[in-house]
Write a protein that binds this ligand. Structure first.
Ligand SMILES: [Mn+2]
Length: 288
């Protein structure tokens, strides 16, 4: 079946890492093969720009994916908010691209203004509608912000609302149904409990979102997917597909990283203490 997603841009062209002498190896801390971050919401007071700068400074990488909602165009249109630290983040990202890191920006809904610049470069940062990242261990990861799935999930929410209104009705129907079942010699079966379970499931926005994204990734034949949008970091298998959500830099300060052996890991940035080596907590570790 053809969906709206099929109309998206091309897959990534092949790319080779820059020679070692062109890499940004002056950066301290641990080098990763790839880093995925999203939902920075630069241009809003909620953006945790300072911790993000610390994280970027101490985590060099060969690839850096900016998985949408990097600059919050919606909020900036309402009220201009652009402190120095937000400028510093942009400068840091541009510097990274200059130093040989492949920086790919996949716009989200809050920075949808960038979608008109798909397949263009901004100071070495590539703008792509979506991307496919191949890990060191050969896993194909579909990289997309995730807002396209709102339609699917909203539909489920609407169904949940209808379900809620139908609840009273189903209670009555349940009584009639079980009266009939009793006359047929069948045991009691709770229609309302069954529907309540279904409604509760439908109300679970996060679960629905995750399942919808994973399903589309599977349909496209990818091994996994990396997205953001719902501000909920996660890494788990869903129906045979590795679902990764890199979280956000508004509340949770999370990033998805790929080690040089292809192993993926979700990091929670706890911040660098003065005079100490930067630290982070490991949320989940998954062997690719
Ligand atoms: Mn979003």
């Amino acid at each position: 079946m053809r969906t709206a997603f099929d109309a998206f841009g091309p897959m990534l062209p092949s790319w080779t890492a820059p020679p070692a002498n062109e890499r940004d190896d002056d950066a301290p801390g641990r080098r990763y093969r790839s880093i995925f971050i999203s939902d920075l919401h630069l241009g809003t007071p909620g953006c945790q720009a300072e911790p993000l700068l610390d994280f970027l400074k101490t985590h060099p990488s060969d690839h850096l994916y900016l998985v949408g909602d990097i600059v919050d165009g919606w909020q900036l249109r309402k009220r201009w908010y652009w402190p120095q630290s937000h400028n510093d983040v942009v400068q840091k990202l541009l510097r990274r691209a200059r130093k040989g890191c492949r920086v790919i920006f996949v716009p989200g809904n809050h920075d949808e203004f960038a979608r008109q610049f798909v397949n263009q470069h901004f100071g070495g940062i590539e703008v792509l509608e979506e991307a496919v990242h191949v890990t060191a261990s050969g896993q194909k990861l579909w990289v997309v912000h995730g807002d396209y799935f709102d339609a699917v999930v909203q539909c489920a929410k609407w169904l949940a609302y209808v379900g809620d209104n139908l609840y009273e009705f189903t209670l009555r129907l349940n009584r009639h149904l079980n009266h009939l079942r009793g006359r047929l010699g069948l045991p009691y079966w709770s229609l309302s409990a069954y529907l309540k379970h279904k409604v509760k499931k439908a109300l679970n926005y996060v679960t629905d979102f995750e399942a919808a994204v994973a399903k589309e990734a599977k349909r496209r034949g990818h091994d996994g997917v990396v997205c953001g949008h719902i501000h909920r970091a996660e890494m788990r298998m869903i129906d045979g597909v590795l679902y990764c959500n890199d979280g956000d830099w508004v509340e949770s300060r999370t990033a998805l990283v790929e080690h040089f052996d292809g192993r993926l890991e979700l990091l929670h940035w706890a911040g660098a203490q003065p005079g100490q080596r930067a630290e982070h907590e490991h949320i989940t570790t998954e062997t690719a």
